[in-house]
Design a protein around this ligand. Structure first.
Ligand code: ZN
Length: 198
């Protein structure tokens, strides 16, 4: 038996596919949406479509951006000889919020996970190695402290070591398995300042 209109059921199902949205939240959001003024729902739908259609990846660092080169990579005031390697754009945003990091980034768009079948070729490592052909003093590995993040960090450090470029890892003041984006700025800064040579 269908408790709601099939339109609402479909909406609940779609919303329930989003990360972090359980069945109850999906239901609450769906009822909230159908009770909104039509124009507001239109704006929401348009904004989602617009974001999806116009987003692109920076050709240098790989972060999500509006332009061919993101504002960070295009900024001459940043230290382009210091590259922080992060798993995704959310982690980049977390470090940017501290307003203390002056280098640039490299976004891997994932982490190595043998369990999920994600290997070194599935993340942006080749692009990182290409960037290292230029003038680079230090690569700071800021992948998460999860098993995948640590595996990725180890792999990258082994890859870079022969080039003679300094490789560091952010301090593990970051809780194990913790996603960088949920960690407060003070902890992030401490992790950055306490980074160690690999
Ligand atoms: Zn960039």
């Amino acid at each position: 038996m269908e408790y709601y209109s099939s339109h609402i059921s479909n909406l609940i199902e779609e919303l329930g596919r989003l990360p972090g949205i359980g069945p109850k939240t999906a239901q609450r959001l769906a009822f909230h949406i159908v009770n909104l003024p039509k124009e507001q729902v239109g704006t929401l739908a348009d904004t989602i479509r617009d974001a999806r259609e116009n987003i692109r990846y920076c050709k240098v660092c790989g972060t999500l951006t509006d332009a061919e080169t993101c504002p960070i990579c295009a900024d001459p005031a940043r230290d382009h000889r210091q590259i922080m390697v992060v798993e995704n754009s959310r982690d980049l945003a977390a470090y940017e919020k501290t307003q203390k990091y002056e280098g640039v980034y490299h976004v891997l768009q994932g982490a190595i996970s043998p369990m999920l079948g994600i290997g070194p070729d599935d993340i942006r490592l080749k692009e990182l190695m290409q960037r290292l052909q230029g003038d680079v003093d230090e690569v700071i590995i800021a992948t998460n402290s999860s098993l995948e993040g640590e595996t990725t960090a180890m792999y990258i450090s082994r890859l870079i070591k022969p080039t003679g470029i300094r490789v560091t890892r952010i301090a593990s003041g970051v809780p194990v398995g913790g996603d960088l984006e949920y960690i407060d700025e003070v902890t992030l800064l401490r992790a950055l300042e306490g980074r160690t040579e690999l």
